[in-house]
Design a protein around this ligand. Sequence first.
Ligand code: GKR
Ligand code: MG
Length: 432
Amino acid sequence: PKGKPLRTPKVTDIVVTPVAVLDPPLLNASGVHQPYQLRAVIELHTDTGITGLGEAYGDDPTLANLRAAAPALVGLSVFDLNGLATRVAEALGAVDAVGMTDLIGAASREKSVAQTVGALEVACYDAQGKATGLRVCDLLGGAVREAVPFSAYLFYRWAHHPEGAAPEGYPADDWGAALDPEGIVAQARRMVDTYGFRSLKLKGGVFEPEAEAEAIEALRAAFPDHPLRLDPNANWSVETSKRIAPRLEGLLEYLEDPTGGNPGMAEVARATSLPLATNMCVTSFAEIPEAAALDSVKIVLTDHHYWGGFRASMRLAGICETFGWGLSMHSNTHLGISLAAMTHLAAAVPGLTYACDTHSPWQREEVVRPGALVWSEGSLAVPQQPGLGVELDRDALERLHKQYLDCGVRSRDDRVGMVLADPAWERRTPRF
Ligand code: GKR
Ligand code: MG
C-alpha cells in the first residue's frame, strides 16, 4: 500500500558454489589457459525470500575469503553497502594477499578485501533490485546507454590442449589454431560475423613483438574501420616497447600494458603518441597517485571483480575524469552473472566510452538461463528484469559444480600446460 516503507531484506545465509567450465588453450604471457577455468557462484539469501546472485573467481584463496566473510554478513541489510565493506574487512582481518593471476598486477591484502567486497556487493545489488523492482543500472544512477558495446577478444591459440593437460574425451572446440596473422584475421572475422563486434583486441606478449605488430597490420588491412588494441601484458621491456610502439602509431586506439610498472610505462608513454592503457600498473586506488605523478597511462581498465565492486568502479571513474583519463573495462574468463554485472555497470558509467572486454565468445558453458543477454551489433542490451536480470539455471550449476569436483583444478596456473608442451619453458618477465 501507498506509503508503506519498504521492508529491507536482511542477509540470512550466503552459499558459495565453485564451478569449473571448459576453456580453450588461449595463449598469453603467463602460458596457456588450462582446460578448466574456475568460477564461484554466490547466492545471498535474505529473510524476505529474495536471493541475490554474484560471481567471483573460483580458485581456493578466493573461496576461502568468501567463506570467511560470509558469516559476518548475517543480519546485514542488503542496502547497507558501507556496512558490507566494514564487516568484510574485519572478517578477513590479517588475510594473506592472494592473486589469481599475475596478469592483473601484484597481489595485496587491499585487493583481496576488495575482491571479496566486490563479489558480495554485486549479490547485494541484485537483491536490492529484486526488492525494489529496479534494475541494477538504475540503482547505480540510471542507464546512460541501453546497449553496451564489447570488444572482440582475439587470442593466439592452439587447436587442442597439450597432451596430458586435459582428461581423455575432453571436447575440443571448433575454433582451430591461430598462431599467425592469417589465423588471427580468420578468428576476428568469425567474431565480427557472429557478434558484430567493432573494437578488436589482440592478446599479445606471446610471440616476438614484430610478429604481433604484423598481426595488427593484417587486422588493419582486413578491417579498415575497426578500432584495434594490443595487450602484451607487460611482457615487453621498456626498450622493446619503445622500438615497437612507433610502428603501431595510427593503427591502435590504445596499447595496453606494453611493459610493467608505472615508471616503465611512463618512459614508453614519452616515446610514443599512442595512448597507453592498463589493467596491470593501476589495479587499486593505492597505485593511482604514482600513475598520475608519472603520467604513465591515459586509459584505465576497471573491473568490478578486483576494484571492489560497482561503487568502487564508479569512484575510479570519477578519478579518471579528474585526471582526463579514459575508462575501459577488463575481463577474465567469466559466466553470465558477471557478464550481466559488467553490462549494468558499463550502462551506468558515463565516462566508460570504450567497448568493454569480454571472454564470452570463448565460453561454451553457462550457469544462467538463456535469453537475458542477447548480442546485437557487438553490444548487449541491458537486461530489463529487476536486479541483474539473470536467473540461475540450477541444473547447470549442479553439473558445473560436479565438473569442478571431478576436474581437480583448484587454482589458475597458466604455466602448467605450457610446460607440458615444452618442458624447457619458463615464465620470464619481460620475455621480449
Ligand atoms: O584470459 O589470458 C587471459 C587474459 O590475459 C587475462 O587473464 C588478463 O587478465 O584479459 C586480461 C588482460 O586484459 O590483461
Ligand atoms: Mg590487459
